[in-house]
Design a binder for this molecule. Structure first.
Ligand code: NAD
Ligand code: UFG
Length: 335
């Protein structure tokens, strides 16, 4: 069975390619390498001893997508390709709308032309907005606070409308919580450009000496220690969740939104302390002002994923810290 993976050279995409190849799928990747390197694909091939058909290409190029669908007998698409930096999306909203929304439109049209109507989409817990109370269930009202989040919410709508017009479609909208960690080989991982926006890459860059200290954004939230609480999920558990979602999508028509998280929240200081005791790397930090747009607490209700996908996470916070550190310490400059 052949799976087209858009954005397959990226952080979550590369880990999902490993799981797909290990499970025996043929994998075709389309990526324009705007936020990744071809080396990630080479390393996935090395880990799995399998090969990937790689197209360096933009999903906005619908004619090229049509040719890929013609040349390959594709059973389903896992759609990771998109821009994901919240702050950048506020500065450059049109870039985000074009890339994420027009890109997905182009993909859905190409899928339609070739009669491939099975898709697993990378959505985000960001679609729950600021006002819902954790644990977050999939039926809550959606809202967003930045253009990035809005692209995810609109794409969910686009996919639902597509199904409503043609019930042969099957789509799973995966709402990820906070993916961290890396493959146990230490050869693939998250490789952010410039100063990391997210907590774990910042922590590992402090540990490796690339950054002085971590700024902890606020310690006056209503949480057990005052710092923000999130649902961190190991990227390998997340990748395995995609395989389950793919099977579900291939076997059921309709559209389902499903949370992929652990169901447990940890604070920023829990992360700093767990990283320290797991890796023996102390992390210097200072408390600074809250980051605009951040909420106190965000974690998943995971019952729908258990029930529909028969999936739950297996790896611990210690595993996440250890594996993030293995990747960072062996690849201080990334790929
Ligand atoms: P990533 O940036 O590492 O991977 C995305 C990949 O898509 C990159 O390789 C990039 O080069 C490619 N890409 C972007 N636009 C493209 C285009 N127009 N054509 C072809 N390729 C394109 O990001 P990631 O962390 O692996 O995230 C994957 C998906 O999951 C994204 O859609 C992201 O929004 C979503 N997501 C990520 C997180 C997170 O915290 N990492 C959380 C929730 C949702
Ligand atoms: N934090 C710090 N210092 C930092 C970075 C983060 O204190 O340098 C704190 C944040 O305030 C927050 C927690 O660490 O309390 C996690 O922050 P991240 O930026 O790692 O993650 P977010 O939960 O803010 O955002 C992530 C993704 C978004 C996605 C959102 C919901 O980056 O794309 O989860 O899924 F929309």
């Amino acid at each position: 069975m052949s799976i087209l993976v858009t954005g397959g050279a990226g952080y979550i995409g590369s880990h999902t390619c490993v799981e797909l190849l290990n499970a025996g799928y043929e994998v075709i990747v389309v990526d324009n390498l705007s936020n990744s390197k071809k080396e990630a694909i080479n390393r996935v091939e090395k880990i799995t001893d399998r090969s990937i058909k790689f197209y360096e290409m933009d999903i906005l190029d619908q004619k090229a997508l049509d040719l890929i669908f013609k040349a390959n007998d594709i059973d389903a698409v896992i759609h990771f390709a998109g821009l994901k930096a919240v702050g950048e999306s506020v500065e450059k909203p049109l870039l985000y709308y074009r890339n994420n929304i027009t890109g997905t439109l182009s993909l859905l049209e190409a899928m339609s032309h070739s009669n491939c109507k099975n898709i697993v989409f990378s959505s985000s817990a960001t679609v729950y907005g600021m006002n819902n109370i954790s644990p977050l269930t999939e039926d809550l009202p959606l809202s967003t606070t930045n253009p990035y989040g809005t692209t995810k919410m609109y794409i969910e709508h686009m996919i639902r409308d597509t199904y409503h017009s043609d019930n042969n479609w099957s789509a799973t909208l995966l709402r990820y919580f906070n993916p961290i960690g890396a493959h146990e080989s230490g050869t693939i991982g998250e490789d952010p450009k410039g100063i990391p926006n997210n907590l774990m890459p910042f922590i590992t860059q402090v540990a490796v000496g690339k950054r002085d200290k971590l700024s902890v954004f606020g310690n006056d939230y209503e949480t057990h220690d005052g710092t923000g609480v999130r649902d961190y999920i190991h990227v390998v558990d997340l990748a395995k969740g995609h395989l389950k979602a793919l099977e579900y999508t291939l076997n059921n028509k309709g559209v389902e939104a499903i949370n992929l998280g652990t169901g447990t929240g940890y604070s920023v200081l829990d992360m700093v302390h767990t990283f320290h005791h797991t890796t023996k790397q102390p992390i210097s930090y200072e408390i600074t002002a809250r980051r605009p747009g951040d909420i106190a607490t965000c974690f998943a209700d995971t019952s729908k994923a258990k029930q529909l996908l028969n999936w739950e996470t297996e790896l611990t916070l210690e595993d996440m810290c250890r594996d993030s550190w293995r990747w960072q310490s062996r690849n201080p400059e990334g790929y």
